[in-house]
Design a protein around this ligand. Structure first.
Ligand SMILES: C[S@@+](CC[C@H](N)C(=O)[O-])C[C@H]1O[C@@H](n2cnc3c(N)ncnc32)[C@H](O)[C@@H]1O
Length: 220
């Protein structure tokens, strides 16, 4: 269930979209991974950055889905940026965000020219959705994706990821239906090489139901 205060924020922010896509608010109300994000993940990110000098956070794959995220952090000082492969003009982010980049994370070097580097990257619900579509990202797409993250995350920066990989490895249970085992091996290799598990409040490794896991990693 959504906490009362967080539900009010979601109601307020998504009511601005009522004529565009009313289901988006319902999505936040229905799903347990959203409740975890709204009640725990974002407020803890807000708390973590309260006393830090640099507060740049990148949210991957946002479109209209994540318009309440900044407010859900309960910390107005966070500098939230978005990246999405949708075309500029197809959606807009709230004015309180610090920037929006229209880039494809599967492209090579798609974030290398950004004017900021990030202290945290939130990667939720992007890599796991491909089983729904005819397009299947290749091994190179995945390598590019993680290289983009590595190139834009500061040393010591946090990476919040829900992979949706089904692999039999507890750390990577879900990028389901991506049947090419070499993609999974490559993903594991890159993550284990460049990240350690972060000690982040009590959510360093959070299992949500059967198929949604959140890993909190720290860039070595
Ligand atoms: C399910 S939705 C949103 C998920 C959202 N981040 C959340 O809270 O779970 C997936 C988003 O990822 C974006 N996306 C998909 N592939 C992408 C890519 N290759 N590069 C950047 N964004 C991508 C889509 O346009 C869409 O906005």
């Amino acid at each position: 269930m959504l906490d009362y205060k967080q539900k009010q924020i979601i109601d307020r922010e998504f009511s601005k979209l009522d004529r565009i896509n009313p289901e988006l608010k319902t999505w936040w109300e229905l799903y347990e991974d959203r409740h975890f994000m709204a009640n725990k993940l974002f407020p803890l990110i807000g708390d973590y950055f309260r006393d830090r000098e640099s507060k740049n956070v990148l949210n991957i794959g946002v479109e209209w889905y994540n318009i309440a995220d900044k407010e859900l952090c309960l910390n107005d000082d966070i500098k939230l940026y978005g990246v999405d492969n949708q075309k500029k003009g197809t959606f807009s982010i709230p004015e309180t965000w610090s920037g929006m980049y229209y880039r494809d994370m599967f492209d090579r070097n798609s974030l290398h020219d950004l004017p900021v580097k990030f202290d945290a990257i939130i990667d939720y619900g992007v890599l796991g959705v491909w089983w729904l579509f005819p397009f299947k990202p290749s091994k190179d797409h995945f390598r590019n994706y993680f290289n983009n993250i590595l190139s834009s995350l500061n040393d010591g920066g946090l990476y919040f990821i829900k992979l949706d990989l089904k692999t039999g490895d507890d750390n990577f249970s879900n990028i389901g239906n991506l049947t090419d085992p070499s993609i999974i091996e490559q993903t594991k290799d890159m993550i284990y090489k460049y990240f350690t598990r972060a000690d982040f409040y009590d959510i360093g490794y959070h299992r949500i139901g059967e198929s949604n896991d959140t890993l909190v990693l720290e860039r070595i």
